[in-house]
Design a protein around this ligand. Structure first.
Ligand code: BDR
Ligand code: CA
Length: 308
């Protein structure tokens, strides 16, 4: 089994990632941690508890950093609504929030597990991960890998140059990319292929389950907001791609390359720069997603969520 910590800011596509984790038989959720991003920490944490209640998740859920390391929080109500998860009604949480800070939960989980067994799957700004590295640097050598949704090689969404998760906390992203652990950046180049087309939505509907219908309702809002804001006819469901490649690495092609994040650009703050000059022989532990097997991806997501 794959033991994961899902560090998220739900968020419609984060919600799909949580459900993928809950339904997939190879995944064991060691903890769900939340970070300010798509909405305020309070709202995304409420959403995480609601989704966990729906999916019957019993892992600890802990709230982390409300704001980025050095900047003010920027949220994304245009895409995710005022609640962070507009379009659905969540049940009252059936569990209590863990009393510990998310950073301490991460550290506790990683330090108490066998080295090389815990995978971090961040699908929001990287604030909690950076804080955990700073508080307990030994986690860097003990984590199996970090598979994160963020950035892009040739694309931005929040700005011309930057993807939302990286733009919100570029200093944290730089720390995560520069540490000597295996990090895969699953960015917009591949997540823009993971679109919730009418056919995909039909397959969720055909599951005929309450959770299948929940995803249909989530997507109904997400389709409209992405159409209005980013002119997508079918919205990219970014976050579950970072988890899907952990479950089945053949779903995403990757390239080993050094990544740095611009933190001082006039126009390019939050841009992820990927070193692709073939004559530069950087040794680096960062990888960039370059291709997605779209059919395999949706088969995995729909099959897993169909088990809930
Ligand atoms: C990322 O930004 C958020 O709005 C989504 O949840 C996803 O993690 C895509 O840029
Ligand atoms: Ca997210």
């Amino acid at each position: 089994t794959l033991r994961i910590i899902l560090d998220c800011d739900p968020g419609h596509d984060d919600a799909v990632a949580i459900l993928l984790a809950a339904g997939n038989p190879h995944v064991e959720i060691a903890a769900i941690t939340t970070v300010g991003g798509n909405q305020t920490l309070e709202k995304v944490t409420r959403n995480a508890l609601g989704i966990a209640t729906l999916a019957g998740i019993s892992a600890p859920i802990a709230a982390g950093c409300a704001t980025p390391l050095v900047r003010d929080l920027v949220t994304s109500p245009e895409i995710h609504g005022e609640s962070g998860l507009d379009g659905v009604t969540l049940p009252e949480p059936a569990m209590e929030l863990d009393r510990r800070h998310a950073v301490d939960v991460m550290i506790d989980v990683v330090m108490s597990a066998e080295p090389g067994t815990i995978t971090l799957v961040p699908t929001g700004p990287l604030t909690n991960i950076a804080m955990a590295m700073r508080k307990q640097p030994e986690i860097i050598g003990r984590v199996r890998e970090v598979s994160l949704m963020g950035g892009g090689m040739n694309l931005g969404n929040a700005t011309t140059a930057a993807e939302f998760n990286i733009l919100v906390d570029p200093e944290a992203a730089n720390l995560v990319f520069s540490a000597p652990w295996q990090v895969t950046m699953v960015g917009l180049d591949v997540t823009h292929e993971a679109q919730a087309t009418p056919d995909v939505v039909d397959r969720f509907r055909e599951l005929g389950t309450p959770i299948g219908n929940f995803v249909v309702d989530l997507m109904a809002f997400f389709i409209e907001s992405n159409k209005l804001e980013q002119r997508f006819t079918a919205p990219p469901v970014h976050d579950p791609v970072a988890l899907a490649r952990v479950i089945d690495p053949s779903i995403v092609d990757t390239l080993n390359a050094k990544i740095v994040v611009e933190t001082e650009g006039t126009y390019t703050t939050g841009m992820t720069l990927v070193e692709r000059r073939p004559w530069i022989n950087h040794v680096s532990t960062t990888h960039v997603a370059t291709g997605l097997d779209v059919a395999k991806f949706w088969d995995l997501v729909i099959d897993s969520i169909g088990r809930l």
